[in-house]
Design a protein around this ligand. Structure first.
Ligand code: SAH
Length: 507
């Protein structure tokens, strides 16, 4: 074995089964630092968001329209980038060493004298057990567990799997077995497992689209055929499978099986989407607005630089908060610059965005979280000669600064960010609408309605007639009605949390 003199290091990281939250903290630490990432299909795309923007992203998995890289090519890429002195993350679904060919990759790195580490991940079997409520080992009935590849054809002589031995194992889990389900089940029965043994297929474990089928070893193939189950799925054969699924908590979550299209700005959509997912739903983000720094960034910088000279700072959206602080930090300042400045926000979402920067809002309307209510709250104070900075979008209505000026304040209405329209629906959203699988669509402002209608053009009617519509409040609902669409529900109070609650409680 030769040894390299450079600092190259490869990390084989188990990405876990699908839910981004199931990555280990060690895996996250390395992903956040890497310079190159090699990933494949089973790794959740949300994990790639942890990788620095500057890192090179290399897809090495199979994709219908792409020639898959061979294992040799992947090994060569790993060695090439590591030898070049890079910190290389190799992100693999589940655990790298459980049917993941991580052993071959580590061998190739070792042979080339490259330094490497291996970070384990939650393998599909463990994940399916937890998320489908199947206790893979259970003191009462299952003391042994086998993980088996279903990739080999059990009817062919070259199969290395000892089915007779498997018949004596309590819980047997097959990976990659969907294509050969019939042969696998037949072979297990032929080798001595009772056809009455409970069997389950768990597809897309831990993902919002997770589905579980339960049957017996004798009937599982026909059950799978009837349901048309597709990979990725595991076959679990075990006396510990409860046909009543009493501990299958995941499929009992309030939004399990519901697909929710979330129309919001790119930065804010993620939080709503995560919320929907934590309730078991499948969130599809539909960015109808791109949020960008305002065109006149120089002006923003000049105003923010003088923030110490203002008495009050007013935010009417989380985007305003984010862009204000981005500008403040670029100037080399931090939150201490705001020590003597009162801060007012329109509602809890904006307050939360502010708290992310370590600051609490001094003022917020009490019950209704609208700009009008904020104006009333502020005008209830003595504003005479108060210097107030509004950090808002370039299209924010002028009524708030007018109200404050009329009340005696000296107002600077700073357009710190601007909104632009994306050109097309993201592919995932376009597919879901075309396939008619969207159960809900959420609108969080009139502009998300307008932009969605522009974005979808003639298709808007067929898309919106086929789904339930959740509106954040009366103004947004009016915009929907004006376009001919009646909201199914309206949030009260007019917050994102209330909107999600309303969807949750609808059923
Ligand atoms: N290294 C991975 C396995 C890769 S082999 C791991 O440790 O999980 C690919 C097979 O894993 C698929 O054919 C399927 O059987 C199984 N698999 C992976 N992710 C899965 C998931 N989320 N739900 C069910 N099965 C999954």
């Amino acid at each position: 074995m030769t040894s390299t003199t450079n600092n190259g290091l490869a990390i084989l990281i188990g990405a876990g089964p699908g839910d981004a939250g199931l990555l280990t903290r060690e895996g996250e630490t390395w992903l956040r630092r890497c310079e190159v990432v090699l990933y494949d299909r089973l790794a959740n795309p949300a994990l790639l968001a942890l990788v620095p923007d500057s890192a090179e992203r290399i897809f090495v998995g199979k994709r219908p329209d792409h020639h898959a890289k061979t294992q040799d090519e992947i090994n060569a890429l790993l060695v090439e980038h590591t030898s070049a002195g890079k910190l290389v993350a190799r992100l693999k679904g589940g655990d790298p060493l459980i049917f993941g060919r991580g052993g071959e990759e580590a061998d190739a790195l070792a042979a080339a004298g490259c330094k490497f580490r291996i970070v384990p991940g939650i393998t599909a079997a463990i994940a399916a057990g937890a998320y489908a409520g199947i206790s893979l080992t259970d003191r009462r009935c299952a003391s042994t567990l086998a993980l088996v590849t279903g990739h080999e054809d059990p009817t062919k002589d070259e199969s290395t799997i000892d089915y007779a031995a498997l018949a004596g194992i309590d819980t047997v889990v097959f990976y990659m077995g969907i294509g050969r389900l019939e042969q696998i089940a037949a072979k297990l029965i032929e080798s001595g497992k009772s056809p009455d043994t409970p069997a389950a297929l768990v597809r897309c474990a831990t993902r919002p689209e997770q589905t579980t089928l339960t049957a017996t070893l004798g009937t599982i193939y026909q059950t799978a055929q009837d349901a048309g189950i597709r990979p990725p799925a595991l076959l679990i054969v075990s006396p510990a499978i409860d046909p009543d699924r009493r501990i299958d908590w995941f499929s009992q979550l309030p939004l399990h099986g519901q697909t929710v299209a979330v129309t919001r700005s790119r930065t804010q959509a993620s939080r709503v989407a995560r919320e929907i997912e934590s309730l078991g739903g499948l969130a599809i983000e539909v960015p109808t607005i791109d949020i960008r720094p305002a065109a006149d960034a120089e002006h923003s910088t000049e105003v923010v630089e003088c923030i110490g000279g203002f008495d009050m700072l007013v935010f009417t959206s989380p985007n305003g908060v984010d862009h204000f602080f981005a500008t403040l930090f670029e100037l080399g300042f931090d939150a201490r610059t705001l020590a003597d400045v009162e801060i007012a926000v329109v509602g809890p979402g904006t307050a939360a965005a502010l708290e992310a920067f370590g600051l609490r809002a001094d003022l917020m309307p009490e019950a209704t979280f609208t700009t009008a209510a904020l104006g009333e709250t502020l005008c209830g104070l003595d504003l005479t000669d108060k210097r107030i900075l509004l950090a808002r979008s370039d299209i924010a209505p002028k009524i708030l600064p007018e109200q404050l000026t009329a009340a005696g304040a000296i107002v600077e209405d700073l357009a710190i960010y601007t909104t632009a329209k994306p050109d097309a629906l993201p592919a995932a959203a376009a597919d879901a609408f075309a396939e008619n699988t969207v159960d809900w669509i959420t609108f969080s402002s009139s502009s998300t309605v307008d932009n969605f209608l522009t974005l979808t053009g003639e298709q808007a009617t067929s898309f919106l007639k086929a789904t339930k519509i959740a509106s954040i409040g009366p103004v947004t609902s009016d915009t929907l009605r004006a376009a001919g669409f009646e909201p199914t529900l309206e949030a009260s109070p007019h917050t994102i949390d209330a909107l999600i609650d309303a969807i949750k409680n609808y059923a």
